[in-house]
Write a protein that binds this ligand. Structure first.
Ligand code: ADP
Length: 426
């Protein structure tokens, strides 16, 4: 297998978002969970997205996992590797975008890396290095209250410089609009100074292909799904990548049986989606405090679900408003609270699967990661798109009957996301 593109995603929902984008652009794509074992059989594809759960772990561990994924992808012929981050640049001053970028750049031998989380069709744009979420700067968006990585600075040149060992420059819109040659020239100029990374302005999707072409002259780049789209377009335009039938054709037979939804995301979008789901299905709102302190918090939730599943889908949520999240974190610590809640939701998912549920909708990036790990799923085929950035996924290589999953990053999906997902997961 010779890969046109290798990708390393720092969380699982981001990985399926990227795999979805690459598939829609025409690259045959598969998503693996972690670096695959040698005996995992994968279909012939143009792109592999290795999903890690490295966004919020210790930087040194994120670096080690990303380097292992990079080695695996390059051993399969990937000439270019995209380190896929969140389109809202989710990170802290301790990392992990900067440290991983530094390590991948060092391993690749490149002098400088192009970086942009922009994806205009998803309302993420970058201008003069400042990230906008819709019409507001990042630090005025709901991301300022994220439970794990509150984003309080919109200037990505500054944000990345705090995380990277090297200086960070800017490829501004005026250069981007001149095309790939001008971007490459500006990059060389910045590298000749002391910059090891450059934030790239993007205000419309047409900017992405030029950036993709410029990036293909490099071995590594850092970005969100928009950068993936630019790379896919550039690869296909230059005759690399088969532009064959998308892997979504391979989703196969309906799965049937009971279906359940779990939500650990506290994003505004998810809170609205849960409120909407309440009009359609039974919803259990768990007490997050009890999930951290009670001796066996999972059994009552499972019993509640198992009683109702024969009549239709159910939703179990820990999601809460920013005030309640802040209060819980003040009492128990951010990481302890987040981890305990993720573990509880993934234990509930495992209980549901043991009881015969094979269709699961999960809201929350970290939450999805915890669930997929707990279920020990090695890889996914990419199915139809539920909402921008969220495909239906079919498990591959588990040795068990297949399952359908939808993994939704907090801010994604329309108000009826849970119902929309279940409709596409027969
Ligand atoms: P998103 O995709 O919206 O960022 P994540 O699942 O990645 O969602 O992150 C949400 C984090 O918040 C998880 O660590 C989750 O366990 C935690 N969490 C969920 N509910 C609560 C709550 N009520 N209070 C505090 N933290 C919570």
């Amino acid at each position: 297998m010779t890969l046109a593109l290798g990708c390393i995603a720092d969380d699982y929902t981001g990985a399926s978002d990227l795999a979805n984008t690459l598939t829609l652009a025409g690259l045959r794509t598969v998503q693996t969970i972690g670096v695959p074992a040698d005996d995992l059989v994968l279909p012939e594809v143009d792109a592999i997205v290795v999903a890690l759960k490295s966004r919020s772990i210790e930087a040194s561990k994120a670096v080690a996992a990303s380097r292992a994924a990079d080695r695996w992808l390059r051993a399969r012929g990937a000439c270019h590797v995209l380190f896929k981050i969140c389109s809202t640049f989710d990170s802290t001053d301790a990392g992990n975008i900067g440290p991983v970028m530094d390590a991948l750049r060092a391993d690749s031998g490149d002098a400088i890396v192009l970086v942009t989380p922009a994806f205009p069709q998803n309302r993420r744009t970058v201008y003069q290095g400042n990230l906008f979420v819709g019409s507001v700067p990042l630090n005025e968006s709901p991301l300022k209250d994220h439970p794990l990585n509150p984003m309080r600075d919109a200037n990505l040149v500054r944000v990345l410089a705090r995380q990277s060992a090297s200086a960070v420059g800017l490829v501004d819109l005026a250069v981007v609009q001149k095309g790939a040659g001008a971007i490459a020239a500006r990059l060389a100029e910045l590298a000749a100074g002391d910059a090891g990374a450059a934030i790239v302005d993007v205000v419309e999707d047409s900017n992405l292909e030029a950036i993709g072409h410029a990036a293909l002259g490099q071995k590594v780049s850092v970005g969100a799904s928009g950068f993936g789209l630019g790379l896919a377009q550039a690869l296909l335009a230059s005759g690399r990548g088969a532009a064959g039938a998308p892997a979504s054709g391979a989703l196969g037979e309906p799965i049937g049986g009971p279906a359940a939804c779990l939500a650990g995301s506290c994003s505004q979008a998810t809170l609205e989606q849960i409120a909407r789901a309440e009009t359609l299905m039974p919803v259990l709102r768990l007490d997050p405090e009890a999930l951290i302190t009670a001796p066996n918090p999972v059994s009552p939730a499972l019993a509640w679900a198992l009683e109702r599943l024969p009549s239709g889908p159910v939703l179990i949520a820990t999601s809460a408003t920013p005030d309640s999240v802040a209060a819980l974190q003040a009492k128990h610590g951010r990481d302890k609270a987040g981890h305990a809640i993720e573990q509880a939701l993934s234990a509930i998912a495992a209980g549901l699967v043991a009881a015969g549920v094979r269709r699961l909708v999960i809201a929350g990036g970290e939450t999805s990661g915890a669930v997929v790990d707990r279920l020990a799923i090695p890889a996914f085929l990419i199915g139809p798109e539920i909402a921008p950035g969220v495909p239906v996924l079919r498990t591959a290589g588990t040795g068990q009957p297949d399952m359908l999953l939808a993994l939704k990053s907090g801010n994604f999906g329309g108000p009826d996301f849970f119902a929309d997902a279940l409709k596409l997961m027969p």
